[in-house]
Design a protein around this ligand. Structure first.
Ligand SMILES: [Fe+2]
Length: 227
């Protein structure tokens, strides 16, 4: 009887949908960890209000739809088939997790290893890459994101997306696997930098978590398989 009960419980667990597969992930650092480059109040409001609102609205947008049981990558790959609420809030939910984990306290410096070689090979120098990525953020009209991505041939490229779109979405101008992102919505910098987006972008380089970007690069390369 006990064994049957255990088996029943086990089968039930296998067939049950997870209560919430989309997690509002905790920040990996304290609100003041990115000071003085990104201030405590900005991180606190950005994470606990803006990011949380995207998460809550995404949960509402997918409730009772097939998206509830889908991987977020599959949702993005088919985002043109879904309502704008899923695109805006799903992007906002995912992009912010990716942004928070693109940064760390005492970050910055330069990438090392394979990633460093690939950046130099693609952009001719690290400084030229920084310029192109910074320009992508500076020239994004209105609100959006700058990205470093890997394309399906294994090449790096820089791009930007409007609103809460990202390069994983089927509607993206150029699709790729994201490696690094920078939020250029005003809510990411206005309290400290007001209208000076360029100053926020300059400061951003001091908090980049290059170890995480390098890890993403290795994982992305492996996902493409042998060339
Ligand atoms: Fe944001």
């Amino acid at each position: 009887m006990k064994n049957n009960q255990t088996n029943n419980d086990s089968n039930k667990q296998k067939t049950m949908k997870p209560i919430n597969k989309f997690e509002f992930k905790p920040l990996l650092y304290s609100y003041d960890a990115l000071e003085p480059f990104i201030d405590k109040l900005t991180v606190e409001i950005h994470y606990s209000k803006h990011h949380k609102a995207y998460y809550d609205n995404f949960m509402n947008a997918i409730k009772g739809t097939d998206m509830e049981s889908m991987d977020i990558m599959d949702i993005f790959r088919n985002i043109s088939k879904y309502p704008m609420a899923a695109r805006n809030n799903g992007g906002g939910y995912f992009n912010h997790i990716f942004y928070w984990e693109s940064m760390k306290a005492h970050g910055g410096g330069v990438p090392t290893g394979k990633l460093s070689e690939a950046i130099t090979k693609t952009f001719s120098s690290f400084d030229e890459f920084k310029k192109q990525f910074s320009d992508a953020g500076k020239t994004r009209f209105g609100s959006g994101w700058a990205w470093l991505c890997l394309d399906d041939k294994g090449n790096l490229f820089v791009c930007s997306t409007p609103n809460q779109d990202n390069p994983l979405m089927d509607i993206a101008e150029k699709k790729g696997i994201p490696l690094l992102t920078m939020d250029v919505w005003e809510h990411a910098y206005y309290l400290k930098y007001q209208n000076k987006r360029a100053d926020y972008i300059d400061a951003f380089w001091n908090v980049v978590n290059w170890e995480e970007v390098a890890r993403r690069y290795e994982t992305a390369l492996k996902s493409l398989g042998p060339k």
